[in-house]
Design a protein around this ligand. Sequence first.
Ligand SMILES: [Zn+2]
Length: 389
Amino acid sequence: MKTELKIYTVEQICDGFEYNELEGKGLYGLAGQLTIQPEYQRNYIYADGKRDVAVIESVLKGYPLGLIYFNKVDDGRLEVLDGQQRITSLGRFLKNKFAVKINDLEQIFDGLNEGLQQKILKTELLVYVCEGEGEHAEEEIKEWFKTINIAGIPLNHQEELNAVFSGPFVTLCKAEFSNSQNANIQKWESYVKGPANRQQFLATALEWVSNGNVDGYMSAHRRDKNINEIKTYFNTVIDWVDSKFDDVYDEMQGLNWGELYERFHHLPLNHSELSAKVYELMHDDFVTNRRGIFEYVLGGCQETKLLNVRLFDKPTMRKVYQEQTDKAKIEGISNCPYCAEGHEANRHRIWKLEEMDADHVTAWSKGGPTDINNCQMLCKTHNRMKGNR
Ligand SMILES: [Zn+2]
């Protein structure tokens, strides 16, 4: 790989700058010779009124903005490898897309005096221009890009995958799932954690459609010219959840709905019954894992452990243990009622407190409360056996 250190002014780099609001991308610079956000890059994420403003304030104070890296591609054109957030911030400011505070006044670029405008335009940026050699040039540069990016905001896992598997499929996927203007986002956000610009929806869609084999799926579809399968699957799952639960709860966000869809969509589940049961459990103080409620009701209210039902407290357990043990000693049988009924050696065994666990006599799932009148102590073996029934 060849590298060359060059100096460009902000004015040169932002010459011909355009910003695409729809895709959240800065597009071109250096009079069209520079592509600011190649498809394998993350979207612009500095537009938060803090990081974008900080870039401009640094320039006005004469602080260095740090190194920028360009990649020289086949036809002599340049792509930004690292620095697109800073360049896009500069470009957007020159286009009056946001303001910075100067002398307590919010000011856009056109409102600045000539001196400050020139200070920004003539600011010099240090740029390493890199050029890969041979047939693996592209891979070599992208691999290296992953390394230098560790110094900036690290790419998250999905952004890395987008870089590694860049191509028409990723481009189409990003237009659908990573586009913060997509009208479906509000609906998606009920069940999936965003934000779009950091590829969270795309990561989830890939996870679901590939059943967890995201790398394999992206590799297999890399050259696809359409995203029909992933789009249809994702929407099918979302619509299924939407049709099964009448109310939206915060606890639904980020669950593995793809997996739940695969397990339960073929069952004739009634949305009114499911929703009533969810409502009831959401208001049950004994349920300590509310995120488990949805899988629990979809599965026919069998797997109580999904709910992490609140356990009996220590004083209750000690009291019940003492009563059971006193009674068992008088009768000459085991203090575990299940052992006492058996024919094995443990029929007369008196277990210690720490060898036993508390059990709901009437199962919690059948309406049995977590109070002392519904508590019995069982040896650990029998408690486990009962729990697995
Ligand atoms: Zn027992």
